[in-house]
Design a protein. Structure first.
Length: 94
């Protein structure tokens, strides 16, 4: 049976990630508090954030911004984590 966590994204119990998806203390915090489904939702949001803000994962400044968004999305902390301003989901009118 899969290990369960109270997921900070879903706000309910859900199957945990099998391993930390990020290094260090933040990775441990993620594995202890974010479910596999919650992490999947973050990866979808991450794609939007990278594309809308034209970020490069090779740029240290972009990585710092991505981490702020990740903490905001996963733990509802800080001023980041929401959809980029001006973002309109595909299929909706601007």
């Amino acid at each position: 049976m899969a290990r369960m966590v109270f997921c900070q994204v879903l706000k309910r119990e859900a199957p945990a990630l099998e391993e930390a998806p990020y290094p260090g203390e933040l990775g441990q915090r993620i594995i202890d508090n974010v479910s596999a489904e919650g992490w999947k939702q973050w990866l979808e949001r991450l794609t939007t954030i990278i594309n809308e803000n034209r970020l490069s994962t090779a740029d240290p400044g972009s990585l710092e911004l991505i981490e702020k968004h990740m903490i905001g999305f996963l733990f509802d902390e800080g001023d980041y984590g929401g959809l980029p301003s001006g973002f309109v989901p595909q299929g909706q009118k601007k």
